[in-house]
Design a protein around this ligand. Sequence first.
Ligand code: SF4
Length: 387
Amino acid sequence: MKDYLEIYVHIPFCQSKCRYCDFLSWPEKNQDTVAQYFKALCREIAAFDVPGEKPVGTVYFGGGTPSCVDPVWIKKTVSALEQRFGFDFKSEQIEKTLEVNPKTVDEAQLKAYRELGFNRLSVGIQSLNDRLLKKLGRLHSAEEALAVLDMAAAAGFDNISVDLMSGLPGQTPADLDKAVKRLAIYPHVRHISCYSLIVEPGTVFDKWQREGRLELPPEDLEREMYHHLCRKLKSRGFHQYEISNFARLGYESRHNSGYWDLTPYAGFGLGAASLFQKGPADQDGAFFRRENTRNLKIYLDEPAQSFEGHDLSKSEAEGDFMFLGLRTADGVSDEDFDQLFGESFQDCYQKEISTLIKEKLIQKDGSRIFLTRKGLDLANQVFMAFV
Ligand code: SF4
């Protein structure tokens, strides 16, 4: 756990809805709604008040597509954060990431983000195969996505992350090879997140699947592609530090890393989640989770009061620490667990740990446990043992 607060800001607007996406986002045509949203967001930030506040360590603007709104709104939100949390958004000590979609940015916009203080860009590329991009419902081509990487570097971004997807309909290992090879050429691309496609209820892909119109790779091929991708990224100098995340050494996402070790975070905006620490971790109720309403009307009326949450019991917090930590390549160390909760995970989870080791899903190295290759494929089964 780090000794700082992480901030997440949710911008729910996109240019169009991708066919696989179940995030809280939609194409908003009404600029009045956009204006009302950002006013509510700034009100929520100004009213933020929880005990035990720490200095800000990371900021992440995600969504949705933050780059699809007028940068003026991003600037106003940044000012609201600076005022409420008393920090300089231009400070290079703080990691500040903005998500962009290749179809919604130009060089002037990227320059404006950099001047505002953002020092990390997350570009939603997903694939460098135009046929697959079209199938996903993405509006950009592979060349347009790569052009954004050049523009971002010209605008002064030295730390760029790219999203890729695997397990897509009709995708082959050769598609992934090609994408990794092309991305590795860009010196400023320091981080790659790879997500396996999951068909989520309510999406266009879900409808297509029920109608028998979505041909996904069989599970064993999908897993093979994932491991193939991991090997290819490793050979190009991107080490895997979490199930879905790869980075050049020293460019691991600080913000995401906080989610995996119970670092407190404050989420602002529609549906945003937060985790706060109210007291010593070895006590029931030390952590408090909350989630903002997903109802836009309710949020616009009462942005600072429209959330639901609950205190975590000590055993819930311990379970979260275990399964979130096991997402990472380093896994969980008993020293870290003991330091936080005042007891050994061997005592709390003796039965679970020995069963998972017997099933070859986790491995032990000294006082540390982590997922095996088999465990990477069956990660949810491992996580369920701790919740
Ligand atoms: S751009 Fe991102 S958030 Fe928006 S619909 Fe597509 S995947 Fe979802």
